[in-house]
Design a protein around this ligand. Sequence first.
Ligand code: SF4
Length: 87
Amino acid sequence: MSETRFCKKCLLRDMDQTAYFKNLFEYIDALEDEKKVVKEEYERRLLICKECDELISGMCKVCGCYVELRAVLKNSSCPAVHPKWQS
Ligand code: SF4
């Protein structure tokens, strides 16, 4: 069984970019399936984000979060005034 490790006390500036993104994707993988949308819905949401003017370097300018994390959560929605995808 592989061990998933997260740095609970690290800020982005304390981590190298590779380690940070590895941590983010490991975090997404480790989320319970019942909290995540199915792959097709995840990809649909990300395609919408990729076409959105609010996306910059993987982050949503409206909420400041990484869209790959926001989009994977079942109970999440696009934070825009006129949401482009919803839970
Ligand atoms: S979450 Fe909404 S506002 Fe943010 S980048 Fe995606 S589509 Fe755009």
